[in-house]
Design a protein around this ligand. Structure first.
Ligand code: FPP
Length: 243
């Protein structure tokens, strides 16, 4: 008999969109072709997240380590972001999507930083899917910045070291106000988290899928959610029925 109450969807899904380069290489295409296809996969992922009732979708679109790639690839990715914002933000806004960007704005081309600010401001009052774009983001950088803020507050005398709790530290992160991810999906077959949300993923369920990001679609997303529903989340405690 089917369940009267289907399991609720993960509230927050974070995604490491990996495999664009390998997708392109497998077809004899330049890496840029994989990134371009990756934008189409991103649109599918946003639609599917909304259809599945996910409330927060966080995407890792450029890491603080991605600057080490060849300059041509870095500028292609910057251009892709610029185009994505210009082409998609109006539609996302109409669909009620609220955009939030995490990652360092300094070091970005000021025109891109401005586009990111504008996208956040335009969609700030929306109450649909929360799309969190991690761009120029690195979790170690985020954590060291939080440590610096706390150290400065202690030095200024406004914070006692003993008052530094997990909640206080979380309040210094870029994800303040965003619930921790329930599910992390990484495409492309690699099984690592690559400096993504190190603090926030403490009790997240990880699903690694072999498909490259440009092939990502609603069916792969649904399978990852089904896998998540099969997990037993205990958050360090015991099952409800265990003595
Ligand atoms: C990882 O694949 C992907 C990236 C570093 C970029 C992700 C970008 C997109 C999916 C396009 C959407 C982006 C924006 C900015 C809207 P990889 O290049 O590391 O692939 P590989 O592991 O096969 O080399």
């Amino acid at each position: 008999m089917p369940d009267a109450f289907p399991p609720s969807p993960p509230r927050h899904v974070a995604v490491i969109m990996d495999g664009n380069g390998r997708w392109a290489a497998a077809r004899g295409l330049p890496r840029s072709a994989g990134h371009k296809k990756g934008v189409e996969a991103l649109r599918r992922a946003v639609r599917a997240a909304r259809d599945f009732g996910v409330q927060y979708l966080t995407i890792y679109s450029f890491s603080s380590e991605n600057w080490a790639r060849p300059a041509t690839e870095v500028s292609f990715l910057m251009e892709l972001l610029r185009r994505f914002i210009r082409q998609d933000v109006a539609d996302l806004h109409r669909e009620g999507v609220k955009i939030r960007v995490i990652g360092r704005r300094d070091g970005l081309d000021p025109a891109i930083a401005q586009l990111l600010d504008d996208a956040e401001r335009l969609t700030a009052d929306n109450d649909g899917l929360n799309l969190v774009v991690a761009f120029n983001y690195g979790s170690r950088q985020e954590l060291s910045c939080a440590a610096r803020k706390l150290a400065e507050a202690v030095r200024a005398g406004s914070l006692e070291p003993a008052a530094i709790t997990p909640e206080v530290l979380a309040g210094c992160l870029e994800t303040t106000g965003i619930p921790d991810p329930d599910l992390l999906i990484r495409t492309g077959g690699e099984q690592r988290i690559s400096n993504f949300l190190l603090w926030q993923l403490a009790y997240t369920e990880f699903v690694f899928v072999p498909e490259y990001w440009p092939d990502f679609d609603a069916a792969i997303f649904a399978r990852a959610i089904a896998d998540y529903h099969g997990r037993d989340r205990r958050f360090g405690g015991l099952k409800a029925h265990s003595a």
